[in-house]
Ligand binder design. Structure first.
Ligand SMILES: C[S@@+](CC[C@H](N)C(=O)[O-])C[C@H]1O[C@@H](n2cnc3c(N)ncnc32)[C@H](O)[C@@H]1O
Length: 225
């Protein structure tokens, strides 16, 4: 089985837990005022379905074909046929180019539970590793590679939000309750005037986060203009 199929299956299983225990509902509660959402990374489509059922329009950016196909199937089975999917592997280096592909009026950019380094093939992983090093990320081990990979997606989300001049919602998962050491809270660099923070404890994503047994904190950051 290819890594991107394995990753899709692992996240499908993890995200069902988030759906059944109300974690997605908690996420949705923070963004009720926004109509059309640009979702970076749809997983197996459960988050996208939740957004649609909550009354939003959604445009998806996703690169993993297994995720795209499963999400389209799930949405179609629930009567949502017209969601726009943009196939794109986002990075800090290419996200400005992505803007040309977005034809809808977006009200909010979301980046929920970023990650997915494990979906890469070994060649893709080596290329990404070199790319991140060229961007001066500090990478000492595979685990920090995974978080550097997620950080690259978050930075891309900030850049897209900045170019579109829209608010940005990030949900990120941490082993620590503290928010002080979160490097990526640089809202002023990206023209955000304010941000709202919230967190809850939730399940460890045991298939996609290597079964680490620590408590996980789901942190919500809504950056506003
Ligand atoms: C952990 S899942 C989260 C999915 C969804 N946001 C949720 O909360 O259920 C991460 C998703 O981002 C996608 N992804 C990872 N890297 C990406 C990239 N560079 N560009 C676009 N999508 C990416 C993965 O394929 C996966 O679907």
């Amino acid at each position: 089985m290819e890594n991107n199929e394995k990753y899709f299956k692992a996240w499908d299983s993890d995200s069902k837990v988030l759906a059944s225990n109300g974690t997605y509902d908690w996420m949705l509660n923070h963004i009720r005022n926004y109509n059309t959402i640009l979702e970076i990374g749809c997983g197996s489509g459960i988050s996208t379905l939740k957004l649609l059922q909550d009354g939003h329009n959604v445009v998806v950016i996703e690169f993993n074909d297994f995720c795209i196909n499963a999400a389209k199937d799930l949405l179609a089975r629930n009567g949502y046929e017209d969601v726009v999917f943009i196939k794109w592997q986002i990075s800090e280096l290419n996200c400005r180019k992505l803007i040309e592909r977005i034809n809808s009026n977006i009200d909010l950019v979301i980046c929920w539970n970023p990650g997915g380094a494990a979906a890469l093939s070994s060649t893709e992983m080596q290329n990404k590793f070199s790319e991140l090093l060229s961007l001066e990320y500090e990478i000492n081990s595979i685990e920090s590679f995974e978080s550097a990979y997620a950080e690259d997606i978050i930075r891309s989300a900030f850049i897209i939000g900045d170019i579109l001049n829209k608010d940005l919602h990030i949900i990120d998962r941490f082993y620590n309750e503290d928010i002080e050491n979160m490097e990526y809270i640089k809202e002023h660099e990206y023209g955000y005037s304010d941000w709202l923070f919230d967190q809850i404890t939730g399940p460890t994503n045991e298939n996609t986060m290597r079964g680490l047994s620590n408590q996980i904190y789901y942190k919500s950051f809504l950056f506003t203009r």
